[in-house]
Ligand binder design. Structure first.
Ligand SMILES: NC(=O)c1ccc[n+]([C@@H]2O[C@H](COP(=O)([O-])OP(=O)(O)OC[C@H]3O[C@@H](n4cnc5c(N)ncnc54)[C@H](OP(=O)(O)O)[C@@H]3O)[C@@H](O)[C@H]2O)c1
Length: 330
């Protein structure tokens, strides 16, 4: 039996305001993309979620397609909500998304109103709740008018099935347009979820500026490059790692010698800071004042505990930042 302490330790977590909204998010959120599917050990998944909440991680990030099979992460989370977290709904922020393939035929993916509204209803059923806190459009749709997609998000909020609207994987121009449409509809865009980590810095050029101008919060996904920015792969590909799993977007071929050489150098800086590389990678993202949160994945409770310890050392010297830049520049 997993023990959940009667109350999360809120004072050990930091919370940042999401853009110009009234909502605060923990600087560390937990994502359920991997490790919460049908073939994963339910007891372990449950332990990770309960530990996260105990540590003050109040925000859980889901999507319709997380599993495998798609939908299964929402089912797992819904079960834990009912069995272990009943009575805590008002202390939790639960997010879900729609955009990627969910069911066959012309209405099962992308950004039509038809798809988004049906998908949210399905997500609520799987989760066993009346509303999610944040409903995201998961990826831009090149063929559906943006007005239609944003009107669908606004409708979800007006129906009371979502409290806030968000977007993910939109570039800077798409974001500014989406923000304008949502503002005119009366449902401001709360948050943007892009990929961001030491190895993938596309948001720095224009997106971060757009988010600041628009008062939209930012939550970085894959902050540890799916595990590459940790000490996980320093001595080969462990059998229980994401890169070794069948259902995974991280392949052993992605962990190149060139990447590993950089990881080793970054690891040296982390050691000098008295930190694990994962912790330094998280702190590096949160150095941006406007970064509301990072959404972490975890396959073990110990990873979560280690990552929360990041909060003990978040500051960087100019020299350390310059050294990181130099490593990346090769
Ligand atoms: N919006 C989008 O399009 C989108 C796309 C992708 C992800 N996301 C969201 O972002 C979340 C996080 O993505 P992600 O899982 O790729 O994030 P990540 O934090 O970059 O990678 C998580 C993986 O890193 C390893 N790890 C974590 N902490 C560690 C530590 N302290 N030491 C060693 N290894 C550690 C674990 O790998 P092992 O499993 O090998 O142990 C873990 O599964 C997802 O769950 C999802 O909610 C959103």
């Amino acid at each position: 039996m997993v023990q959940k302490s009667s109350y999360p330790v809120y004072e050990n977590m930091q919370y940042r305001r999401c853009g110009k909204s009234g909502l605060k998010l923990p600087v560390l959120s937990l994502g359920l993309w991997h490790n919460f599917g049908r073939d994963d050990d339910y007891a372990k998944s449950r332990k990770i979620i309960l530990k996260a909440f105990d540590l003050g991680i109040t925000h859980f990030d889901l999507a319709n397609n997380y599993g495998p099979p798609p939908g299964e992460a929402e089912i797992t989370f819904g079960k834990i909500l009912r069995k272990d977290l009943a009575g805590f709904r008002d202390e939790l922020v639960i997010s879900t998304k729609a955009g990627y393939y969910m069911w066959p035929g012309p209405y099962g993916e992308w950004g039509s109103r038809k798809y988004l509204i049906a998908s949210l209803d399905q997500s609520l059923k799987r989760l066993g709740i009346d509303y999610v806190d944040i409903f995201y459009h998961h990826r831009p749709d090149p063929d559906t008018p943006l007005e239609e997609t944003m009107t669908a998000l606004d409708f979800a909020v007006r129906q009371g099935k979502a409290l806030y609207a968000g977007i993910s994987n939109y570039n800077a121009d798409q974001t500014r347009l989406a923000a304008k449409i949502l503002r005119e509809l009366g449902t401001p865009c709360l948050i943007h979820q892009p990929r961001y980590n030491i190895f993938d810095r596309w948001i720095e050029e224009r997106l971060l500026g757009a988010l600041k101008d628009e008062g939209i919060g930012c939550i970085a996904f894959s902050p540890l490059a799916q595990g590459i920015l940790t000490d996980r792969y320093l001595h080969g590909v462990p059998r229980d790692s994401r890169a070794a799993r069948d259902f995974s977007f991280l392949k052993p071929r992605d962990i190149t010698e060139e990447k590993l050489a950089q990881v080793r150098q970054l690891n040296n800086i982390a050691q000098r800071r008295g930190q694990k590389l994962a912790q330094m990678g998280i702190a590096w993202i949160l150095r941006h004042e406007n970064m509301t949160s990072v959404v972490l994945g975890a396959s073990q409770v110990s990873q979560l505990e280690e990552n929360v310890d990041t909060l003990k050392n978040m500051a960087f010297s100019h020299e350390e930042l310059a050294e990181i830049e130099a490593i990346l520049a090769g």
